[in-house]
Design a protein around this ligand. Structure first.
Ligand code: G6P
Ligand code: ZN
Length: 583
């Protein structure tokens, strides 16, 4: 057994290591600076309770983006030096974010060991490669992202750090081969256990869904399916679940080989970036006229996000979570005994609210960021939740889950078609969504993103919107000067949330303008970008009248968009005449 020593290295604080919505995300060149990663990792170890480090088991893996393999070796050596007992690594360093959450919660080592936390190496949906983004975040024992109390502590530590510990003579571990490598250090043994990335996750999915009924749907000659992993880590799960377990054709999978640079693409599952899938589903500008698949889906780099598509049809994430909630009890065995409650992030449309009201479910509106759902779930208050940012999930883990969302939709399709599998035609994704709108009304919804805007300009735009909120009559005067066909603003504020479980208060979580007819405008600065600022504008309008629910959403929302852009003086402040991305 190789023996290692612990080296104490002197270091000094490096600016800008404040974790954002989802960990620390920076360009690879920033992470490659001497001591940059080391400082952050040591600051994290120092922020955790001693027993979560000394003698503990931790997980280290991620979406496989460029610099992950180097980072894993560094973290392993630092873990050894900090007295960690063992590190669990997914084969090739690959574990999707939801799979990490599942591994923390479910995996039991040969000697009964359980993980106390995980370093997840991902910048989620941001591009990867030598000139792109890398990221690191820490998840806790419940499988969810570290709460603010911990990330604040990590940040504070990065500002005072003087030393870190590393086992420099620990040899690099072969992470491409499954198996345990053991070492001996000053505090005893240290193991690195490389395991199958999909095993625990697949096991968990099988306890949630009825794989047999999904298999039956997939084997129907009338059903066809297309899954795009955008070269992210979802590929490591897609083949196993959709092809091996559920019998989908291999040709159903596109871009399912994980790549360090995501094939040069932007691994974000939306109508702009999932180009190949969008074209296949008949939604592109030059899309095929003929047959297209019945169902399509995509994931982001670390496979926690999802996009759901039908034949020539886009399901908004806000509708998706509402429809899953409305059908969960009948279609998904895990929920058979009922939903404990449902939740959405503030900028997500109110489609879920209507379902909650109709089904008499507990309902929560939380700030953007999955960690807020985690608290509700730990307290047994929430079963299903979702965000407009293509995140959907449930209390089976403490992260959003891209493949879970696809299995949920396949379950709903299987359920709706259970007596119809040999019928003339199947109940389609579009049928399900239209039926939902007919029952609950439709929330027209769109999001405009202005990426990499000058940070000071973005701040000024937001400050101006807050200032305007002081006088609603003034706001309404401005609006009526812009459009006469938009209703009045009846309330305007900055969203603030008091966590019902731990009582913590989160302020400044987005600027809201609420209209008399239920429409909403929301402005927020993104917490996940790595350069400049990204302004997000969320526009929503509720339509109950069933004769008005079939419109094109951009047409339906045009008046509100006009108001939002002029009220915020978007072009004046940012110099942008158009958004970078519309979803
Ligand atoms: C991450 C979080 C999500 C959140 C999203 C917001 O993906 O996991 O919970 O919705 O970031 O991103 P933004 O760029 O809008 O801050
Ligand atoms: Zn992600």
């Amino acid at each position: 057994m190789a023996i290692f020593k612990v080296n104490r290295k002197e270091t000094a604080p490096i600016d800008g290591q404040k974790p954002g919505t989802s960990g620390l995300r920076k360009k690879v060149v920033v992470f490659k600076q001497p001591n940059y990663l080391h400082n952050f990792v040591q600051s994290t170890f120092n922020a955790l309770a001693t027993d979560k480090v000394k003698g503990a088991t931790i997980v280290v893996s991620g979406d496989g983006r460029y610099f992950s393999k180097d980072a894993i070796q560094i973290i392993v050596k630092m873990a050894a030096a900090n007295g960690v007992r063992r590190v669990w690594v997914g084969k090739d360093g690959l574990l999707s974010t939801p799979a990490v959450s599942a591994v923390i919660r479910e995996r039991v080592g040969a000697d009964g060991s359980k993980a106390s936390g995980a370093f997840i190496l991902t910048a989620s949906h941001n591009p990867g490669g030598p000139h792109e983004d890398f990221g690191i975040k820490y998840n806790m024992e419940n499988g969810g992202p570290a709460p603010e109390a911990i990330t604040d502590k990590i940040y504070a530590n990065t500002k005072t750090i003087k030393e870190y510990f590393i086992a420099e003579d620990l040899p690099d571990v072969d992470i491409s081969t499954i198996g345990v490598t053991s070492f001996s250090g000053p505090e005893g043994n240290f193991d690195v256990d490389v395991f199958d990335s999909a095993e625990d996750y697949v096991k968990l999915m099988k306890t949630i869904f009825d794989f047999q009924s999904i298999q039956k749907l997939l084997s129907s000659p009338k059903f066809s399916f297309c899954y795009d992993a955008l070269h992210g880590v979802a590929g490591a799960y897609a083949n196993r679940i959709f092809v091996e377990e559920l019998g989908a054709k291999e040709s159903s999978l596109i871009n399912c080989t994980p790549k360090e640079d995501f094939g040069g693409g932007h691994p974000d599952p939306n109508l702009t970036y999932a180009k190949e899938l969008v074209a296949r589903m008949g939604l592109g500008k030059s899309s095929p006229q003929g047959e297209v698949p019945e169902f399509g889906a995509a994931a982001d780099g670390d496979a926690d996000r999802n996009m759901i598509l039908g034949k020539r049809f886009f399901v908004t994430p806000s509708d998706s979570v509402a429809i899953i909630a409305a059908n969960a009890v009948q279609a998904i065995p895990y929920f058979a005994s009922g939903l404990k409650g449902v939740a959405r992030s503030m900028p997500t449309s109110a489609a879920l609210d209507v379902v909650a009201k109709n089904l008499n479910l507990k309902f929560f509106e939380v700030p953007t960021g999955w960690k807020f759902f985690g608290n509700l779930m730990d307290a047994g208050l929430c079963s299903v939740c979702g965000e407009e940012s293509f995140g959907t999930g449930s209390d089976h883990i403490r992260e959003k889950d891209g493949i879970w969302a696809v299995l949920a939709w396949l379950s709903i399709l299987a359920f709706k078609n259970k007596d119809n599998i040999n019928g003339e035609s199947l109940v389609s994704v579009e049928d399900i969504v239209r039926q939902h709108w007919a029952t609950y009304g439709r929330h027209y919804y769109t999001r405009y993103d202005y990426e990499n805007v000058d940070a000071a300009a973005a701040k000024e735009l937001m400050a101006n919107l807050v200032k305007l909120q002081a006088s609603l009559p003034e706001v309404n005067k401005i609006i009526s000067g812009i459009r006469s066909d938009v209703s009045n603003v009846v309330e305007a504020d900055e969203f603030e949330y008091k966590d019902p479980v731990d009582g913590s208060v989160s302020k400044h979580q987005g600027i809201r303008y609420l209209f008399a007819d239920g429409s909403r405008l929301v402005f927020r600065l993104s917490g996940t970008g790595s350069e400049g600022a990204t302004i997000r504008l969320y526009i929503e309008q509720y339509e109950k009248d069933s004769s008005n629910i079939g419109r094109d959403s951009q047409d339906a929302l045009a008046p509100l968009v006009d108001v939002a852009l002029k009220l915020s003086k978007m072009q004046e402040f940012t110099g942008r005449s158009a958004p970078t991305v519309i979803t």
